[in-house]
Design a binder for this molecule. Structure first.
Ligand code: GDP
Ligand code: IMO
Ligand code: MG
Length: 429
C-alpha cells in the first residue's frame, strides 16, 4: 500500500491538517476529494500557523496538491485563500496546484440559500458553516451546477444559468427574496474565470499517471465520519460522503488506490454545530477540555462542544470507513485530569446499545455508559517518542485501541508539526 487516506473519525476538527502536513513529507501528491471551504485545517510549523479551508494541506510544504472533482469549489474564496497563504510565504502556482475541471462551483446564491434556510429553521437549525456547501451539492446532484470547465465556455453559459436561476428564483421567492440577478452573476463568473482556469486540469489523468509511476498519493479528507451524509448523525451532517471510500469517487482513481486508511481521532470528543452528542459535558470538565484544547472553530470561530472520548462512535466510524489504523491527537489536553472517562456503550431505559441507533430522537436520548480510567499528572505536551509518555497515558491509548478495535499508528502531542510520535508508518504498510 503506497498510498494513505486520511479521514476524520469523529465530528471533524480531529487534527487532520496537522497529520496530513506531517505525512506530506513522505508523499508525492496530496489530494482533497470532498467537502469545500467548510473545512478548517490548522498547521503549525516552527511556531508559524497556517489555516487552510479549501487548499490541500500539502501545499504548505510545496508538495503537488490536487483539488479533486468531489470538492465543491468557491472561486472567490479560492482567490482569497491563495492570496492569504502567498502573503505567508507559501508558493502556489499552476504547477504545484491542480484543480479538477469538473468541480461544481459554489456561487453567491448558494451562500444566500444556506443562510436563509438556517435563519428560518429556528431550533431545528443544523448550524452549518453558511458557506453554501449543502445548496451547491444539491445543484450538483440536481444536474444544474455550473462547473469549472464551464468557465472556459462563457458564451454557452446562458442556458445553464437560466435553468439554475429559475430553480433558485422559486426557492428565493419562498423566503421573500428577489430573483437572482443573472447578468451580474454572469459578469462575476467572467471576471473570476481568468483566476481559476490556469489551475484547471484533468486531475484524474494526472493522478492515474502518478499511480502508474508508483508515486505516493496522500488523500486528505475533510469533516469526519459522523458528519457523513449517509453514516453520520443525519440530518445534523454535512452534504458529502466523508468516509474513505469517497477518495475514489472524488478524485477519479479506483477504490484500490486508497491504501492505508488513517482515521484521525481526538483523545476526547468535540462537535461544532447542532445535533446529538451522547458524551457531551456541559459542566466544568467540558469547559476545561475546551480551554485546554483551544476548542474554537477555525472557520466560524464558534465554541466547540466538548465531551469524553466515545469509543462506540469511533468503533462505528472505523467499521463503516474501513480504517486501518488511527492517529490519536491532542493527548496532551488530557494531562492533569485525576480521572478520565471513556464511553463504552449506550442505554435507553433498560435497553443497551453497542452502536448509535439511527433515529435522531433515539440519538438524543441515549445515555452514555462510562468506564473510568486513572489519569496522569505528568505532561505529555510536545512528546516525540513513546518513551516520553507516562505509563498511565500509554494505558489510556491501549484501552482506546482495544475498544475501537483498531491500532494506533501515530500520536500527536501538540499543534507543532514535529510533536508527533510514529508508532507504525502508514506509507510503509
Ligand atoms: P482539522 O479540521 O481536523 O484539521 O482540525 P482543526 O485544525 O480544525 O483543529 C485541530 C486543532 O488542534 C488545531 O488548532 C490544531 O493546531 C490543534 N492540534 C492538532 N493536534 C494537536 C495536538 O496533538 N495537541 C494540541 N494541543 N493541539 C493540537
Ligand atoms: P474540518 O474539515 C467540524 C459541520 C458544521 C455543521 C455541519 C454542516 O475542519 O474537520 P456544512 O457547512 O458542511 O453544511 O455544515 O457540519 N462541519 C464541520 N464541523 N469540522 C469541519 O470540517 C466541518 N465542516 C462542516 O458545523 O454542524
Ligand atoms: Mg477543522
Amino acid at each position: 500500500m503506497a498510498n494513505v487516506t486520511v479521514i476524520g473519525a469523529q465530528w471533524g476538527d480531529e487534527g487532520k491538517g496537522k497529520i496530513v502536513d506531517w505525512l506530506a513529507e513522505r508523499a508525492d501528491v496530496v489530494v482533497r476529494f470532498q467537502g469545500g471551504h467548510n473545512a478548517g485545517h490548522t498547521l503549525v510549523v516552527s511556531g508559524k500557523t497556517y489555516k487552510l479551508s479549501l487548499l490541500p494541506s500539502g501545499i504548505v510544504r510545496g508538495t503537488l496538491s490536487v483539488i479533486g472533482n468531489g470538492v465543491v469549489f468557491d472561486p472567490w474564496h479560492f482567490r482569497d485563500e491563495v492570496a492569504k497563504l502567498k502573503a505567508q510565504g507559501v508558493e502556489i502556482n499552476p504547477d504545484n496546484l491542480h484543480i479538477a475541471e469538473t468541480c461544481p462551483l459554489i456561487l453567491p446564491i448558494h451562500r444566500d440559500l444556506d443562510g436563509l434556510r438556517e435563519d428560518a429553521s429556528g431550533a431545528g437549525k443544523i448550524g452549518t458553516t453558511r458557506r453554501g456547501i449543502g445548496p451547491a451539492y444539491e445543484d450538483k446532484v440536481g444536474r444544474r451546477a455550473i462547473r469549472i470547465c464551464d468557465l472556459a465556455h462563457l458564451d454557452d453559459l446562458d442556458m445553464q444559468l437560466d435553468r439554475l436561476c429559475a430553480h433558485h428564483d422559486a426557492l428565493r421567492a419562498g423566503f421573500g427574496e428577489p430573483p437572482v440577478d443573472r447578468d451580474a452573476l454572469k459578469a462575476e463568473l467572467a471576471e473570476i474565470a481568468d483566476v481559476i482556469l490556469p489551475y484547471a486540469k484533468p486531475v484524474w489523468l494526472t493522478l492515474n499517471e502518478a499511480r502508474k509511476r508508483g508515486r505516493r498519493i496522500l488523500f486528505e479528507g475533510a469533516q469526519g465520519v459522523l458528519l457523513d451524509v449517509d453514516h453520520g448523525t443525519y440530518p445534523f451532517v454535512t452534504s458529502s460522503n466523508t468516509i474513505a471510500g469517497t477518495a475514489s469517487s472524488g478524485s477519479g482513481l479506483g477504490p484500490s488506490a486508497a491504501g492505508f486508511v488513517l482515521g484521525i481521532v481526538k483523545a476526547y470528543t468535540t462537535r461544532v454545530g447542532s445535533g446529538p452528542f451522547p458524551s457531551e459535558l456541559e459542566d466544568e470538565t467540558g469547559q476545561r477540555l475546551g480551554e485546554r484544547g483551544h476548542e474554537f472553530g477555525t472557520v466560524t470561530g464558534r465554541k466547540r462542544r466538548c465531551g469524553w472520548f466515545d469509543a462506540v462512535l469511533v468503533r462505528q466510524s472505523a467499521a463503516v470507513s474501513g480504517i486501518t489504523g488511527v492517529a490519536l491527537t491532542k493527548l496532551d489536553v488530557l494531562d492533569g485530569f485525576d480521572e478520565i472517562k471513556i464511553c463504552t456503550g449506550y442505554r435507553i431505559g433498560d435497553q443497551t446499545y453497542d452502536y448509535l441507533p439511527p433515529h435522531p430522537q433515539d440519538q438524543a436520548k441515549v445515555e452514555p455508559i462510562y468506564e473510568t480510567i486513572e489519569g496522569w499528572s505528568e505532561s505529555t505536551f510536545g512528546a516525540r517518542s513513546w518513551a516520553e509518555l507516562p505509563a498511565q497515558a500509554i494505558k489510556y491509548i491501549r484501552r482506546v485501541e482495544e475498544l475501537i478495535q483498531c491500532p494506533v499508528a501515530l500520536v500527536s502531542t501538540s499543534p507543532e508539526r514535529e510533536d508527533t510520535i510514529l508508532v507504525r508508518d502508514p506509507f510503509a504498510d
